[in-house]
Design a binder for this molecule. Sequence first.
Ligand code: ADP
Ligand code: ADP
Ligand code: ZN
Length: 215
Amino acid sequence: MKLILLGPPGAGKGTQAKMLTEEFGIPQISTGDILRAAVKEGTPMGIKAKGFMDSGALVPDEVVIGIVTERLQKEDCNSGFILDGFPRTVPQADALADNLKGLDKDLDAVVSLEVDVEALVERLTGRRTCKECGRGYHIAFDPSRTEGVCDACGGELFQRDDDQEETIRKRLDVYNEQTSPLTDYYAAAGLLKSLDGMQEIGTVQQQMLEVLKAV
Ligand code: ADP
Ligand code: ADP
Ligand code: ZN
């Protein structure tokens, strides 16, 4: 299964991707997670990316294209992958298409999660993320069993710096300007499947699996 999860920040891409990795035994490739790890380690790429991320802007295309190109060559991608948060611009989508052509791989589907703006803000302000494994929670909609502690690995939960209302609004503007054209892009390619992302996590998950069984 070679899949892209598309949708604005807070749509539920990471939440659904985690479930799909278990269901299909394929890796989640989250450019946001890879960039945050680079920032934490203080690598040259992380230092370059940090300012963009803190302000809610996109990291330059060549940086994220480089990350994904390298990642897709790893052996664990042979049976498939879930791209979460990439592509986010038309040049990124074009680069991905070239890349997959070179690797002799085709995308199976692009699933778009559709969620209202105010719900996105509520989801992102209440999001908590595990420091160790990156799993996401929500203080009201998907709380951990013990407050502040990851169910999966016992790691400490924290609130991302960019999950503050002002930065969230900026990220949503960036999404509308730079990423939303990708729905037409993938519809034209005959790959787009749209899901109502306003439903409960478990319902979205069920519908996701139904859609993917049909591709
Ligand atoms: P969210 O889960 O809220 O959609 P991500 O974790 O995917 O956020 O991304 C966090 C930040 O990392 C983005 O605001 C952006 O600065 C950077 N980033 C992640 N993926 C990309 C990408 N494909 N292109 C450019 N920047 C990216
Ligand atoms: P994305 O990766 O698209 O930015 P996440 O998967 O991190 O989004 O989800 C954003 C926040 O919303 C998280 O706190 C998550 O627990 C919560 N969430 C995800 N899906 C749903 C849903 N269907 N209903 C309510 N809250 C959700
Ligand atoms: Zn964890």
